[in-house]
Design a binder for this molecule. Sequence first.
Ligand code: P6P
Length: 346
Amino acid sequence: MQTSVTTIERFILDQEDRYPEATGELSNLLYDIALAGKIIAAAIRRAGIANILGSAEAQNVQGEEQQKLDVLANETIKNCLSHTGRVCVMGSEEEEDIIPVPQEFEAGKYAVLFDPLDGSSNIDVNCAVGTIFSIYRRVSLEGRGTVADVLQPGVRQVAAGYVMYGSSTMMVYTTGQGVHGFTLDPTIGEFLLCAPRIVTPRVGRYYSVNESNFGRWERGVQLAVRGLHGDRPDEIRGKNSRYIGSLVADFHRNLIAGGIFMYPADTKNTRGKLRLLYEAAPMAFLAEQAEGSATDGMNRILDIQPAHLHQRTPLVIGSRHDVGYVADTLRRMQIRTSGAYTASVL
Ligand code: P6P
């Protein structure tokens, strides 16, 4: 029986030891998130039995129907983070406004953004879903956290990651020192190191996009996707299509096997569908740390200065060569039409 396992706690501690100035607070915050992931995973695993599938008969700020597990995941994360003294403010896909830490608890030095259960519409059909998180150091000087603490460009993240509830439960995170993957061993309730320093292939095998939106895309986007189909082998080799409709699952497959995920803007979602702060920016931090890249079509996601909590953005993310191909195609289209390119056209 294998006895030399590396738990996430041990791995984070080893990483922390490299930084004499580290106080351990960020490490502890990552443990808190891992705990929330374990609790959510347990709820998802027994969802069908415990009758917590289905709608909570409520809508979230996005106007999307809340699933019972959405609500449970959101409350679980807030409960795991609020009392620790490590967090001053949170932002959640499920809540209209920022969530300052309650008065009875000490306000810490980190701001945490999260999508508690992304892809939740897939829950009732047993497809993989995930929790996405993004951590910043606070910029406000004291007291309860403020909106300024969450409206920071992605380049200022100190950590980001996701917990994917798939055939197994995995936690993947970065603190800027590479991307590392852990699998939950339910028999001992520990996340065990399974994929240290993940590097995504420079050229991907897959492309992931919702092709039903094709008719609503700008011409440049249509050209780029046709290239990914293999219509112009002189520019790029065609790829296999894989699309689950769950960002964490699509991103994770492409991270490991190599590939590109796109959610362009279209005539219906004119700024794109995905949210900058708790979907695109954390995934972009991971992608770049795994030697991939992430843009809104042509501009680096991590450089975007957010204007509001639920801001949306177009997203092109994954293998560096493939993301670069999409950007080059859009630039060529821009030159050809000499139109004013803005991120919103992708
Ligand atoms: P569509 C799930 O609702 C989500 O926010 C992401 O997880 C996913 O990538 C995307 O939306 C899927 O959107 O329009 O293709 O169903």
